[in-house]
Design a protein around this ligand. Structure first.
Ligand code: ZN
Length: 352
């Protein structure tokens, strides 16, 4: 199974590089019952070997009683840097089961990030002396490309090394031309892999959209024009509002991007930010940007699971990982409870 996952990781969006979950010896099933499983109502969850094997209909005289509580899927953080801050276990204890790592040295693509399921870009595809090679990312966080041919070759190199997403910065530093950027996107899309851009200014976000980029790695921090907002309709934006200090311009941009038809993915830029797990500051800023509790929950679970192809995460459902949170309050009413889960289960193990 591991080989199958790795073999298709470079070429398919729906199978992020995973960690082998197969086990030789089967454990006894465990039933967790009494909670309101959000979206399903009060029911029981049967887990075995790290996976949800049944919902409802279980004998609930044995097992773990969590009556009066709520259960939701563990979160996916769509923007992290674990090479910066290798705290996968702390992320899991804080309620995160999956993440998208958006810049790391090439060797990181072969590393083990258990217990997280990780989709990783490896180094950004950038220009000679381009972002971030002259600043924080000088130690291998960018592949410097002189022309379109080199940029396309860089995509091939990354996919062969196990990248499941491509990061293409658009900044005021030396920058790949429009033709090279479009070629990078085309090559990645040809392999079923999405492209994400670091683009904080209006013209940069517009250029990323024109090149066919799928998602913004951050909510832009300078005001977006109507034309740029329109260009991002039907695409995605990773929130990372707290990473920029909760800038009111970024909060307003996220609100406008949603109105224009962009979808929001919860993300913290962990590594640059340092709050391991589901971050209350990010949740608060998402509320400020107009997301309801239900929408915040979706931005951290079903939304990124479907968008990135984490087919083992994002839902409490048979066949998915037993990765979920037990909460004292209803997160649809009080989303901040997500940052203080009473229990966290990751792949069938209680880690909190
Ligand atoms: Zn980042």
């Amino acid at each position: 199974m591991l080989l199958a996952l790795l073999a298709c990781a470079a070429t398919r969006v729906d199978s992020p590089p995973g960690i082998d979950t197969s086990t030789e010896t089967s454990t006894e099933p465990l039933v967790i019952h009494g909670a309101d499983v959000v979206g399903l109502g009060i029911t029981s969850i049967m887990i075995q070997d790290g996976v949800i094997v049944g919902i409802g209909g279980a004998d609930t005289t044995a097992g773990i009683d969590v009556s009066g509580r709520y259960i939701v899927p563990a979160f996916i953080d769509s923007h992290v840097h674990l090479a910066y801050l290798p705290e996968a276990a702390a992320m899991a204890e804080g309620g995160v089961a999956g993440a998208v790592d958006l810049a790391a040295p090439l060797s990181f693509l072969a590393a083990d990030h258990a217990p997280l399921r990780l989709l990783a870009s490896g180094p950004m595809v950038t220009a000679v002396n381009g972002y971030p090679t002259e600043s924080w990312g000088r130690d291998g966080y960018g592949l410097e490309c002189a022309d379109t041919g080199a940029a396309v070759a860089a995509v091939d190199q990354l996919l062969a090394a196990g990248a499941g997403v491509i990061k293409l910065p658009v900044t005021s530093a030396p920058q790949l031309g429009d033709e090279a950027m479009a070629a990078v996107v085309q090559r990645a899309h040809g392999h079923g892999v999405r492209v994400v851009s670091h683009a904080l200014a209006d013209d940069e976000a517009a250029a990323a959209a024109a090149a066919g980029v799928d998602a913004l790695a951050h909510t832009p921090t300078s005001s977006l024009s109507e034309a740029t907002l329109g260009a991002w309709a039907g695409r995605a934006v990773v929130s990372t509002l707290d990473a920029f200090g909760g800038s009111s311009t970024a909060v307003a941009n996220l609100r406008s991007l949603r109105t224009a038809g962009a979808s929001v993915l919860y993300g913290t830029d962990f590594g640059n930010s340092r709050d391991a797990g589901i971050a209350s500051a990010e949740l608060m800023l998402l509320m400020e940007a107009g997301l309801s509790g239900e929408e915040i929950l979706a931005a951290g679970t079903t939304g990124p699971a479907d968008y990135w192809g984490f087919d083992k995460l994002g839902r409490v459902a048979v066949g998915r990982d037993a990765s979920f949170l037990v909460l004292d309050r209803d997160p649809r009413v009080d989303p901040l409870v997500l940052a203080e889960p009473a229990q966290v289960w990751i792949r069938g193990e209680r880690v909190r």
